[in-house]
Ligand binder design. Structure first.
Ligand SMILES: [Mg+2]
Length: 202
């Protein structure tokens, strides 16, 4: 039996940090793993910037609540959940994702979490586990599921490669160029077609 593991940002919702940067006017928050490839260095830098500007978790959540899902995403998720179980596997934090999950029908989400102090300042971040996307895929396979994995960037590659079917959704060109053997789709309609075929051919 197939189950779908899917990334969140870049697949159903826009990049959260980039939108927070745009809406707060703090340009430095636009840095991503493509600029600083050490995630720990990047996150510590981001938390330092928030502290410097006095931004609390509540401030960030307000900004995130105004972010809209990508066009067609809620409808696609509804369709997907009528065909298969869906687990969103993300490198975001539960506190950031909550306002967005409400807009896409509250799918199951496995991700990381933040530590805040009594004033709501974000003082640390906690990874649920290392290489969590691949680990979730492996765990589901150990439960006798076949995994269809969907993602758009570098942090999805190990999950896509571990899955029975790995699909890159609207990835940047550099990701396509470095992973030419992976299937690439550019729209929810194309995704629907591949997923329907895969499930019905089982
Ligand atoms: Mg992504």
């Amino acid at each position: 039996m197939y189950i779908v593991c899917s990334d969140l940002e870049g697949v159903y919702v826009p990049e959260i940090w980039i939108n927070v940067a745009k809406q707060t006017g703090i340009d430095e928050l636009k840095l991503t793993t493509r600029d600083i490839n050490d995630y720990d260095v990047l996150m510590k830098r981001r938390l330092g910037i928030l502290k410097q500007h006095g931004l609390t978790l509540q401030d960030i959540q307000k900004v995130i609540a105004s972010i809209k899902p990508l066009s067609g995403a809620p409808e696609f998720i509804d369709w997907l959940r009528s065909q298969s179980q869906l687990i969103i596997v993300s490198d975001t934090f539960i506190e950031f994702a909550e306002p967005l999950l409400k807009q896409i029908g509250q799918p199951t989400l496995l991700c990381h979490h933040l530590t805040t102090d009594t004033k709501g300042n974000i003082v640390d971040y906690n990874l649920r586990q290392k290489d969590s996307k691949r680990m979730v895929t492996e765990a589901l396979q150990s439960l006798n599921f076949k995994v269809i994995a969907i993602g758009d960037s570098y942090n999805d590659i190990s999950m896509l490669r571990k899955a029975e079917l790995g699909i890159l959704f609207n990835p940047p060109q550099n990701v396509i160029d470095e992973h030419k053997d992976l299937k690439v789709v550019k729209s929810y309609d194309e995704l629907k077609e591949i997923i329907s075929q895969t499930i019905s051919n089982e």
